[in-house]
Design a protein around this ligand. Structure first.
Ligand code: NDP
Ligand code: MG
Length: 401
């Protein structure tokens, strides 16, 4: 059997590490062509020693030199820069690209993989939020295969009729009998916290997610439910779903990962323990199912599955994402970029928790209309939103620095 050749973008992050965990369970099925990282150079070197990729990529030359020294005597060649990320995402020998860099930085290599017609395993939801129209067009034009890794979208993918994803189809939900896509959300660590104490939330509290272990940025996004907002936009592009057909329901146990409702009243769901190795393993050799190392689901032990409607006073970021999606154009890209800036400032203790939503709201109001006719337009909107977010934070919270 020929080995399935993989590039893992963001190998040192939580999705990257989980991907390598699944890969290591199937040494006779996979070959790693490239691994990439940013700051965790020692970890990347250790991964390279274990998986022996042809290339390792980092973004900065001093880190590349350090990595090269650590990998002396191995067969791994160290490359540097954004072009190198694009290169390892589009090499002819690569079958699948796991796109697991965090943030807008992951967009260009994910797009390169789509343009090279790869199987793109997309964890980096920011790519779709920023540039959904262009990314989906590239997937279509270059006959790439797009497999969602985000657990909710992976669940929707699994619950949708297979015919929906065939190439050449018009991807019309209604034509496939689908009434609604129901995205579940855990509600994060502050689902039941008293509203008047939200102002005191610290970064340490915000990144302590009750069910999932994730990178810091997505953990804060889960606390504010911006993560679910970004996922609504992600679902819009992946499933060609109008906002009115995407509903968010809070499900604190994180067992039902999302659902698809059909016109006959049937609701199909995908259930599993909250462990990202399940959607990763589902996609790695799709449609083949492989062992993921995940504990069996013990429903009797879990006992109760509950569902509630999200409260937009508690989670204003979710409302902002629906607003940006309805506004269209560059609004989602601006929301995403401003969110990266405010979350970084919050993690750095420069702004309080409630300033996250307040600043994002102000950015969207200030920058209402921006062109979105090309990728360059979207990158310009992204840059403008970052500047505006930083200006607003400096105006309103400078005394905290
Ligand atoms: P992490 O922060 O754990 O990992 C991010 C990875 O990207 C690391 O390998 C990091 O390198 C690398 N990286 C960071 N910044 C840059 C940059 N500017 N250029 C190139 N590489 C960079 O994030 P997660 O693994 O949690 O998330 C990755 C993506 O997957 C995100 O888009 C997230 O929304 C999505 N996702 C994650 C889920 C999860 O359960 N974690 C669930 C669903 C989606 P280094 O660590 O070496 O600095
Ligand atoms: Mg998710």
């Amino acid at each position: 059997m020929t080995l399935h050749a993989l590039t893992i973008l963001g190998a040192t992050g939580t999705i990257g590490v989980n991907t390598l965990d699944v890969v290591a369970r199937h040494p006779d099925r996979f070959r790693i062509v490239a691994l990439t990282g940013q700051n965790q150079i020692e970890k990347l070197a250790q991964q390279c020693r274990q998986f022996n990729p042809r290339y390792a990529v980092v973004l900065e030359s001093d880190k590349a030199l350090a990595l090269q020294a650590m990998l002396a005597g191995t067969q791994t060649e160290v490359l540097v820069g954004m072009e190198a990320l694009e290169f390892v995402s589009s090499l002819p020998e690569v079958d699948s690209v796991m796109a697991a860099i965090v943030g807008a930085a992951g967009m260009r290599p994910a797009l390169a993989a789509a343009r090279a017609g790869k199987r793109v395993l997309l964890a980096n939801k920011e790519t779709l939020v920023m540039a959904g129209r262009f990314f989906m067009q590239a997937v279509h034009d270059h006959n790439a295969t797009l497999l969602p890794i985000d657990s909710e979208h992976n669940a929707v993918f699994q619950s949708m009729p297979a015919s929906f994803f065939r190439h050449g189809g018009d991807r019309d939900l209604t034509a496939h009998g689908v009434r609604r896509v129901l995205l579940t959300a855990s509600g994060g660590p502050f689902r039941t916290r008293e509203l008047d104490t939200l102002k005191d939330i610290t970064p340490e509290q915000a990144i302590a997610h009750p069910n999932w272990v994730m990178g810091k940025k997505i953990s804060v996004d889960s606390a504010t439910m911006m993560n679910k907002g970004l996922e609504v936009i992600e679902a819009h592009w992946l499933f060609n779903a109008p906002p009115a057909q995407i509903e968010v329901v809070i499900h604190p146990q994180s067992i039902v990962h999302s659902m698809v409702e059909y016109f006959d009243g049937s609701v199909l769901a995908q259930l599993s323990n909250p462990d990202m190795r399940t959607p990763i393993a589902h996609s790695l050799l799709y449609p083949e199912r492989i062992e993921a190392g995940v504990n069996w689901l013990d429903l009797a032990k879990i006992g109760t599955l509950t569902f509630e409607t999200p409260d937009l006073r508690r989670f204003p970021c979710l409302g902002l994402a629906y607003q940006a999606l309805a506004a269209g154009g560059a609004a989602p890209a601006m929301l995403n970029a401003a969110n990266e800036e405010v979350v970084a400032a919050f993690l750095d203790k420069q702004i309080p928790y409630l300033a996250i939503a307040a600043t994002l709201d102000a950015v969207l109001q200030r920058l209402a209309e921006q062109p979105a006719e090309s990728l360059a337009d979207l990158l310009a909107a992204d840059a403008a939103a970052r500047i505006t977010a930083r200006e607003l934070m400096a105006e309103n919270y400078a005394n905290r620095v």
